[in-house]
Design a protein around this ligand. Structure first.
Ligand SMILES: Nc1ncnc2c1ncn2[C@@H]1O[C@H](COP(=O)(O)OP(=O)(O)OP(=O)(O)O)[C@@H](O)[C@H]1O
Ligand SMILES: [Mg+2]
Length: 460
């Protein structure tokens, strides 16, 4: 997974995202570069800094989508954060270092599920063992074998009988024959400290302190009635927990974060102050500058304390994005600009792009709609002209209302299907299962709204 060539990465992205080839190429090269770096001698590798990227372009043209797909195809820990959500250290709000902690959390859960796979079989076996124990009639009743009074039962014979019973129950447990039977088991119930303390800002307090707090909270054991089937899941989780090597998980998660983590910094333009603007009151600009200043060391490479240990951010890849309507990339602090050497611009989407977006990607809206209504037993078929009409209406609405890019397709498609979505079950009952989506149908559903500016503002 790690060593896809740039061309292969672009091909993968092409499966979901139409056009924007400059941006795709740039991210593909950035990913390949980090693999290249990993092949170097440690001394040299240390010297090479990641080629961070700034993507600029209007809203809804694929910036976030590219980063998201990229992360899933490289298997790298990935988080998306909004730069505008951060505040300068010392002010109320989230400080920028929290993004590194969030990234590590992602990596921890990735490393954990990776390890969980390797202990899966073992955990399942132990879980089944425990189920057998739970299902076995309790020992007291076993001590009094169901035999007439005075009848002599040799100890080893009852032992043998127990063994046979065990085997029989085990078979039934394993085959799932007892899945619906109810049993009682005790479950550990650790209160979620992160939730409990979220308002107190535990996620931002000193990591050692946070650890201490977590240990202070006692675990509670609760007895719960469940089916064998659910109990098996609970037991597998419990056993997996016991089998996992926490330290190994932590170490590999830190390694994964440092070597291949990706932070997607959305709305970076919101922390840039446009030049020439009169600084009325000054305060928003001060805090924007402050966030940039706080961001810089993380992007440049620094050591961030987390409750799992120190994370070095030197080789984390940052992909920043923003519309840059008001501010431009040059309004960012020079030091920060220097850390984002790759700049790509994403183009506005045209009607032709919309046609392709509606029909080509594997997860295209039209396919989604077909499958959703397929569940209801309807057979949806889009005529090419209908798809063109949707694209055309989307382009029109973007031009007259606000340009929200491909997101407009969702509102239009939703509108086109409004009635069918509602009527689907009855349509099937009435035998109207084949639904042809024609150009006329699309226009009938949407055109009147597009024409009425006030109405469309609200509906589309
Ligand atoms: N080029 C494209 N190809 C296919 N789908 C696209 C494309 N651009 C956008 N989309 C679709 O539109 C939606 C919005 O796109 P995305 O989230 O990438 O916007 P964005 O460029 O990040 O905008 P913003 O600046 O508002 O964050 C996505 O769900 C995606 O499916
Ligand atoms: Mg976005």
């Amino acid at each position: 997974m790690q060593n896809l060539t740039p061309k292969q990465i672009v091909e993968e992205l092409d499966r979901y995202i139409i056009g924007q080839s400059d941006a795709k190429k740039a991210v593909a090269v950035a990913i390949r570069n980090r693999w290249r770096r990993q092949q170097l001698s440690p001394e040299m590798a240390h010297e090479v800094s990641p080629k961070n990227i700034i993507m600029s372009g209007p809203t809804g043209v694929g910036k976030t989508e590219i980063a998201r797909r990229l992360a899933s195809l490289t298997g790298a820990p990935f988080i998306k954060v909004e730069a505008s959500k951060f505040t300068e250290v010392g002010y109320h709000g989230r400080d920028v270092e929290s993004m590194v902690r969030d990234l590590l959390d992602k990596a921890i859960s990735m490393a954990r599920s990776e390890q969980a796979k390797s202990v899966k079989e073992k955990a399942e076996k132990i879980a089944n063992d425990r189920l057998v124990d739970l299902l076995l009639p309790s020992t007291e009743s076993n001590n009094q074998p169901q035999s007439g009074p005075g009848e002599y039962v040799p100890a080893d014979e009852s032992e043998e009988r127990k063994q046979r019973l065990r085997e029989k129950i085990r078979e039934q447990v394993e085959s799932g024959a007892l899945d619906e039977k109810e049993i009682e088991l005790s479950v550990r119930n650790k209160p979620q400290t992160s939730v409990m303390f979220a308002n107190m800002g535990l996620d931002q307090m000193d990591p050692d302190m946070a650890n201490m707090f977590e240990k202070l909270i006692p675990e509670q054991n609760k007895r719960r009635k469940t089916t064998v089937k659910d109990a098996r899941q609970i037991l597998i989780e419990q056993e997996t927990d016991k089998l996992l090597d926490q330290e190994k998980i932590t170490n590999s998660a830190i390694e994964l974060t440092e070597a291949s983590g990706i932070v997607f910094l959305d709305e970076i333009d919101k922390i840039a102050s446009p030049t020439g603007q009169i600084k009325g009151g000054g305060s928003p600009d001060v805090s924007r500058q402050g966030v940039q200043r706080d961001l810089l060391p993380i992007v440049e490479g620094s050591a961030v304390n987390t409750k799992y240990g120190v994370v070095h951010t030197d080789h984390i890849l940052f992909i920043a994005a923003g519309a840059f309507h008001v501010a431009s990339v040059n309004d960012l602090m020079p030091e920060l600009q220097g850390r984002f050497p790759i700049r790509v611009e994403l183009a506005s989407l045209t009607k032709d792009d919309f046609i392709r977006i509606l029909s080509e990607p594997e997860n295209a809206l039209t396919t989604q709609q077909e499958q959703l209504l397929g569940v209801e037993g309807l057979n949806i078929n889009f005529e090419i002209k209908a798809i063109e009409a949707i694209a055309d209406l989307a382009a029109q609405a973007n031009a007259t209302l606000e340009n929200i890019g491909a997101r407009r397709l969702m509102t239009i498609v939703e509108k086109v299907f409004e009635q069918i979505n509602f009527d689907a079950p009855e349509m099937k009952d009435a035998g109207n299962t084949d639904v042809q989506i024609t150009e006329q149908f699309v226009r009938d559903q949407v055109a009147s709204i597009v024409k009425d500016r006030d109405l469309s503002k609200f509906v589309l």
